[in-house]
Each structure stands twice: as C-alpha cells, then as structure tokens.
Design a protein around this ligand. Sequence first.
Ligand SMILES: NC(=O)c1ccc[n+]([C@@H]2O[C@H](COP(=O)([O-])OP(=O)(O)OC[C@H]3O[C@@H](n4cnc5c(N)ncnc54)[C@H](O)[C@@H]3O)[C@@H](O)[C@H]2O)c1
Ligand SMILES: CCCCC[C@H](O)/C=C/C=C/C=C/C=C/[C@@H](O)[C@@H](O)CCCC(=O)O
Length: 266
Amino acid sequence: MALDGKVAVVTGAAQGLGKAFAEILLQNGAKVALLDVNEKEGKSTKAAFEAEFGASRTLFHVCDVSSEEVFKDAFQKTVQHFGRVDIFCNNAGITNEVSWEKTIEINLKGVVRGTYMALEHMKTENGGGGGVIINVASMAGVVHLAGAPIYTATKHAVVGFSRAMAEFSAAAGYGVRICMLCPAFVRTDILNALKEKDKLGEFFRLKHLTENLLDVAGLMETSDVAKVFLQMLLDDSKNGAALLVTPRGAAYVDFPAANEIPCSPL
Ligand SMILES: NC(=O)c1ccc[n+]([C@@H]2O[C@H](COP(=O)([O-])OP(=O)(O)OC[C@H]3O[C@@H](n4cnc5c(N)ncnc54)[C@H](O)[C@@H]3O)[C@@H](O)[C@H]2O)c1
Ligand SMILES: CCCCC[C@H](O)/C=C/C=C/C=C/C=C/[C@@H](O)[C@@H](O)CCCC(=O)O
C-alpha cells in the first residue's frame, strides 16, 4: 500500500507511540485524524503537525474510545471531512490495575469497537476501498507481566481477537488486513504506572519484576517503533501477523497451529 493521499485514523495520538505513528504516516504522505481523550495535548500535537505538514493534512477530535457513541461520532466526522478512511490504528491504552474495568474498557473494548467500525467502513462488501487495521498490543500480549495481570489480559485478548478477525476478514473477502504491533518497553508516560501505587494496587509489590524485564530488554524510543510500524503497514503480505519489537530488532510471532501443539494421552 502506498501512503500518498491515504487517510488514517490513530487513537491515542496526542502523545507517545500514537503521536509517533501519526508523524510517520504524515511524513509518508497520508492524512491523519488524531483521536484522543486528552484535549490539551491533542490540540498541541495537531498544531505542531499543522506547522510541519500543513493545516489540511490533520484533524483532531476529542475522543474517548471507551464510549461507543463518542468514538462513532469522531469516526463519522473524520469520514465526512476526509471522504474516506484507509488505515485505522487502534493505539489508545492505559495501565491501571486498580480501575481494572476501565483498563478492559479502553485496552480491549476500545480496540474491538475501533476494529468493527473500521471494517464496516472499509470492507469492499459495503463499497469500501479495503485497507489496513493495526492494533497496538504489547509484548505483554505474548508473554505475561505478573505485576500487571489485567494489562496482560487485555493485550493477550487484543492479539487473539485481531488474529481471529484477520482470518475472518480474509475469508469474507473484505479486502482489509489486520495486524498487531507488540512492542517491549518504550519511553512514554504509560511506564509511569510502574511508580504509582494507586495504578498498580496490590501488584505494586511486584513492580520489581517488570523493572527487571525492562532492565534486560532495554528501552526504545517511539520513533524506533514507528519505523517498524510503517514497515508492517506497507507489507501487503501480512494479515493476522503479530510483530514483536525490541531494542534488538523485530520479529513476527510464530504461533503454533492447533495440530502442532504436542499432546500426549492423559
Ligand atoms: N510504552 C510502552 O512501553 C508500550 C509498550 C507496548 C505497548 N504499548 C501500548 O502502546 C499504546 C500507546 O501507549 P503509550 O506508550 O504511547 O502511552 P501514552 O500514555 O504516552 O499514550 C497513550 C495515549 O492514549 C490516550 N488515551 C488514554 N485513554 C484514552 C481513551 N479512553 N480514549 C482515547 N485516548 C486515550 C492518552 O491520552 C495518550 O495520549 C498503548 O496501547 C500501550 O499499551 C506501550
Ligand atoms: C506497567 C506495565 C507497562 C507495560 C508497558 C508495555 O506494554 C510493556 C510490555 C513489556 C513486555 C516485556 C517483556 C519482556 C520480556 C523479557 O523476556 C525480555 O527478556 C525480552 C527481551 C527482548 C529481546 O531483546 O529479545
């Protein structure tokens, strides 16, 4: 997929990884709708992008992905404004083990909402032009963090949901690819939760386990992950693929097929 003239939606685009994904999309010729619950940061990001790429290339909508109504409204306004959407990146996420229902609402249900909405618009069956959905999971979608069980659960769920939807989309002939990005640790505000007892609750006592993993794995910059995001987005051969991104490099996860899992009689 060439990006020139394509229209992308990125959730959680005001800062961190979402901002870096939006920036690389803009650098490569796309128009980008920035959706985020943080109005102040979102407006400031939009202003910075306007200055660099011109006013007509970006839109910002205040949008909480945990609200079906608000999310749909922001998406519809984007379609009205740009005329179409070709790329949808479900990136918004939080780490909060105390308000765990909220974490599921944003990290999982927000991704499900965004994926369904994007498919409905992009699928060729409805006269759409096809496209790509990138769901941002985490390395915690493949390995677990004992210090963040709900975060782990949401990211594993995003991987499972996206893989199933990718196969469904291909089988239904929708013309929409769905892939997952699974970064290890990246220098963004989400990691502040590691220092906040009111975010980790009883799991705060295991924060050293996550910190140890961080020490071993190392910390990436958002721009490093954005480069890999772009490669995956442009690779038309990938559907249902989960790309791990670490400071050492990137690799697609090799999931076993059900008949490849070794079993012995019970
Ligand atoms: N930073 C990491 O180490 C890391 C690693 C792997 C995956 N991720 C994932 O990357 C994604 C982006 O996180 P980040 O690291 O950039 O963190 P971040 O906190 O810097 O950015 C998250 C963004 O999402 C927005 N957001 C939060 N709740 C929202 C909601 N309800 N609706 C809309 N927007 C909302 C925030 O306002 C913020 O702009 C998350 O899904 C996160 O789980 C992060
Ligand atoms: C409060 C938690 C926030 C988590 C943010 C984010 O999503 C982080 C996820 C990280 C997962 C890390 C996994 C670490 C795995 C280790 O096994 C490590 O050794 C992997 C090393 C990677 C490599 O270089 O090959």
